[in-house]
Design a protein around this ligand. Structure first.
Ligand SMILES: [Mn+2]
Length: 425
C-alpha cells in the first residue's frame, strides 16, 4: 500500500484553516520573544528519526503477544510500512535493520525500493542475544565476552557480517547491544568478561570502514539479573575510548535504572565528543519500551536541551536517532507516529529555551529564573510548529487521523492476512 501525495494534500486543505489559527497565534508569541520562527520550523522539519525494522509488528511481553495482524512479512514490506509513516509525517526517512532478521535477498531491489520511498539505511544491528538455527556455538553464556574463544570468534564474525550487509545498503553505523552478563553472584568474572568484550570489539572495529561509526549500547540488567558486561554509560565510554575515534556510546532511554539523570549523562558524553546515537522510548519502571514522551516528557525536553547545546553550540558530530520501542497494545504504526511527534515536540520546546538568559541565570545562581526559563519552554504548546514543519515538507497535518481515515490497517490486513508475524519477533 502507498499513500499518494494528492491524498495528503487533500487532507491538508481540509485542516488548513484550523492549523493556521494556532500557528499564527504561536508565531506571534514567539516573535515577541525574538525567536526566528522560520529557522525554528526548518530545524524541526530537518530532524529525521529512524524506525527500527522490529517496531513494525506488535511487540509482546515475556508472558504473551497479541498481534493485530497485517504485519510486514519480509524486509520489502517493512520498508513499505516505513514508507507509509514517512508519507504521513515526512520525518521517518530511515530504517534500522536487524541482522539476521532482515538479511536482504536482493540488495539492489531493496535499495531501489527504499530510494523510491525516500528511505535511507540507518545503523545496522547485530544479534547475539539469541541462537540462530544454523550457528555452531550457543550464546547462552555470552557472546563477545564468552569464556570460550570459539564462541567469541563466531560472535565477532557475525558482527563483521552485519557491517558487510550495511556497507552494501549504504548504512554508515553499526549498533552493538550485548545481552552478555550473569544472573548469579560468582557466575562470571567481571574483569575477564569485560576484557574479552574489549578484545572482541577491537577485532570488529578493525574490520569497520573508515567512515563508519560503532555505537556501543549499555543496559544495567535484563536479560540477566545480576550483572551485565556493559551496564552503564561509563563502561560503554571506557570501551569506546579505548577502541578509537570511530567508536561512540549509544544512549537508550529505557536502559537506565529509575530516576537516573539521563540529561546529565548526555551532557558528559557530549563534552567528551563520544555520544554516537540515541534510542527513544519511555519507561516507568525499567526497559518498558513505552511510547516516547508518555511518562516523562519533561525529561525528554531536558535531554534535548543538552543535545542542542552539544550539536549547535559545541559542534559535536551528528547523532543517529532511532526509536527503539515495542508496542503490545497499540497499532504499531500509529504508535510510531505518536513517538515521532513526541520527539519533535520535545525538540521544539528545547529549541525555544532562551539560552542566553539561561546562561546568565545559571552564572548568577538565580535558581528561580533558571527554572522559569526551562519550564516556560516546556509549558508552551509547540504543536503548531510541528504541524507547520510537516506542512512545509508535504506531510499530513494530522498523521494519525489520516492513517485512520484511509483505513491503512484494514488494507494491510487484506493484503497480508491476520495470522502473519513480523519476521524476527
Ligand atoms: Mn536500544
Amino acid at each position: 500500500m502507498r499513500i499518494e501525495p494528492a491524498v495528503v494534500e487533500e487532507h491538508n486543505v481540509l485542516n488548513l484553516s484550523a492549523h493556521k489559527d494556532g500557528f499564527d497565534y504561536l508565531s506571534n508569541q514567539l516573535s515577541k520573544q525574538n525567536i526566528n520562527v522560520n529557522n525554528l520550523v526548518k530545524k524541526i522539519k530537518d530532524l529525521q528519526i529512524a524506525i527500527p525494522s522490529w517496531a513494525l509488528g506488535s511487540g509482546g511481553t515475556r508472558f504473551g503477544r497479541y498481534p493485530g495482524g497485517g504485519e510486514p512479512r519480509n524486509l520489502e514490506e517493512k520498508i513499505e510500512d516505513i514508507g507509509l509513516l514517512h508519507a504521513l509525517n515526512q520525518s521517518s526517512g530511515a530504517i534500522s535493520l536487524h541482522i539476521p532478521w532482515d538479511i536482504p535477498d536482493n540488495v539492489n531491489n531493496i535499495k531501489s525500493l527504499a530510494d523510491e520511498l525516500n528511505i535511507k539505511f540507518d545503523a545496522v544491528n547485530s544479534n547475539t542475544f539469541q541462537d540462530q538455527k544454523i550457528q555452531e556455538h550457543s550464546y547462552k553464556f555470552g557472546s563477545l565476552c564468552h569464556t570460550d574463544a570459539a564462541v567469541r570468534k563466531q560472535a565477532v564474525e557475525h558482527n563483521v557480517e552485519v557491517i558487510e550487509y550495511g556497507v552494501q545498503l549504504g548504512s554508515k553505523a553499526t549498533t552493538i547491544w550485548l545481552a552478555d552478563g550473569s544472573s548469579y553472584p560468582g557466575q562470571q568474572n567481571f574483569r575477564r568478561a569485560l576484557d574479552n568484550t574489549r578484545s572482541s570489539l577491537a577485532e570488529i572495529y578493525e574490520q569497520m570502514p573508515d567512515d563508519w561509526k560503532m555505537l556501543i549500547e549499555y543496559k544495567p540488567f535484563e536479560p540477566y539479573f545480576y550483572s551485565t558486561v556493559i551496564p552503564d554509560w561509563g563502561t560503554s565510554f571506557l570501551l569506546a575510548s579505548s577502541l578509537g575515534p570511530k567508536a561512540y556510546t549509544l544512549v537508550d532511554l529505557g536502559h537506565h535504572l529509575p530516576n537516573t539523570n539521563i540529561e546529565q549523562i548526555v551532557a558528559t558524553l557530549m563534552m567528551q565528543r563520544k555520544l554516537g546515537g540515541f534510542h527513544f522510548n519511555d519507561s516507568k519502571f525499567a526497559d518498558d519500551d513505552l511510547t516516547v514522551g508518555t511518562i516523562k516528557p519533561f525529561q525528554l525536553m531536558l535531554i534535548f536541551n543538552e543535545l542542542i547545546q552539544g550539536l549547535d553550540e559545541e559542534n559535536h558530530p551528528p547523532l543517529n536517532w532511532m526509536i527503539d520501542a515495542s508496542h503490545n497494545l497499540k497499532d504499531p504504526l500509529e504508535d510510531l507516529l505518536q513517538s515521532v511527534e513526541a520527539i519533535k515536540i520535545a525538540y521544539a520546546q528545547a529549541l525555544i529555551i532562551d539560552r542566553n538568559a539561561l546562561y546568565v541565570a545559571q552564572e548568577s545562581n538565580d535558581v528561580v529564573k533558571a527554572q522559569e526559563i526551562v519550564q516556560n519552554a516546556f509549558r508552551t504548546d509547540v504543536r503548531p510548529l510541528i504541524k507547520e514543519a510537516r506542512l512545509n515538507s508535504n506531510g499530513a497535518l494530522e498523521p494519525v487521523n489520516l492513517f485512520r481515515r484511509l483505513n491503512v490497517r484494514d488494507q494491510l490486513l487484506n493484503e497480508r492476512g491476520k495470522e502473519v508475524l513480523a519476521t524476527g519477533l
